[in-house]
Design a binder for this molecule. Structure first.
Ligand code: T5A
Length: 221
């Protein structure tokens, strides 16, 4: 049975993941490759409900373990209802954040023991690892400025800034270092791209990575 490819976008806040996920989907669809764009936390009805709880500034303070368990509750449903069925059906899945975000936010920054993270990965993700992860790297202040601009626009429409963007600049710098460490540890899966370039330039670089790493050479297609 044909199996689709699983591509994730990772990086700090406002690094351009959602923008690039959409642009990649447009390029793949133009090539006749059936794909879906999804996100974490979220991506399935239950996981979107968990997302609302996680990102609600009014949610009561909780430990890194409690937070990780919520992310994996959402991830389990997302994998079961959306990601695995798409891949089994031969569709490509483009996901805005996945387990590397837990590794960075909850383990590297939040202090969750790495053994707990590995145990949850074994139980929930099993063998559904991404084939390719694009890490969009931007200085913390650039990502924050972009995310804040967008949030301000949303606030006019009645939305509040989420719980995460209220944290300080040091937090965002640690996130950046965390994602670069993940990419360094797994170069066969991860590709780091400069997220400060214009969106269309980054999109071309993403496509080049997809071509090089996931698509067979033209003669063998
Ligand atoms: N989280 C998530 C965890 O703690 N653990 C986990 O396991 C998971 C899965 C999710 C939060 O949850 C945390 C991480 C997050 O804090 P979210 O709202 O989904 O919350 O947050 P983000 O994923 O950070 O989403 P953002 O929308 O803030 O960032 P994106 O998707 O990286 O950026 P994007 O594409 O929306 O762009 C942001 C702005 O920048 C502009 C866009 O037009 C937009 O205005 N932009 C550019 N401007 C100039 N040049 C470019 N190249 C640009 N690309 C985009």
């Amino acid at each position: 049975m044909a199996s689709g490819r699983f591509i994730t976008f990772e990086g700090g806040e406002g690094s351009g993941k959602s923008t690039q996920a959409r642009l990649l989907a447009d390029s793949l669809l133009a090539r006749g490759i059936d794909c879906i764009v999804t996100r974490e936390p979220g991506g399935s009805p239950f996981a979107e409900q968990v997302r609302d709880l996680l990102l609600d500034p009014a949610t009561h303070p909780h430990s890194a373990l409690s937070e990780a368990l919520l992310f994996y509750a959402a991830r389990a449903d997302h994998l079961e209802k959306v990601i695995r069925p798409a891949l089994v059906g031969g569709r490509w899945v483009i996901c805005d954040r996945f387990s590397d975000s837990t590794r960075v936010y909850q383990v590297e920054v939040g202090g969750l023991p790495v053994d707990a993270f590995r145990a949850l990965e074994l139980i929930v993700v099993k063998l559904t690892y991404p084939d390719l992860t694009i890490v969009l790297d931007v200085p913390a202040e650039v990502g924050l400025a972009r995310a804040t601009t967008r949030r301000l626009a949303q606030a006019i429409a009645g939305e509040d800034a989420d719980a995460y963007e209220k944290r300080d600049a040091d937090f965002h710098a640690r996130l950046r270092d965390g994602f670069l460490e993940v990419a360094k540890a797994e170069p066969h899966r991860c590709s780091v791209l400069d997220g400060t370039k214009p969106p269309d330039v980054i999109a071309a670089e993403v496509l080049a990575q997809v071509d090089r790493r996931l698509l067979p050479p033209a003669g063998s297609r």
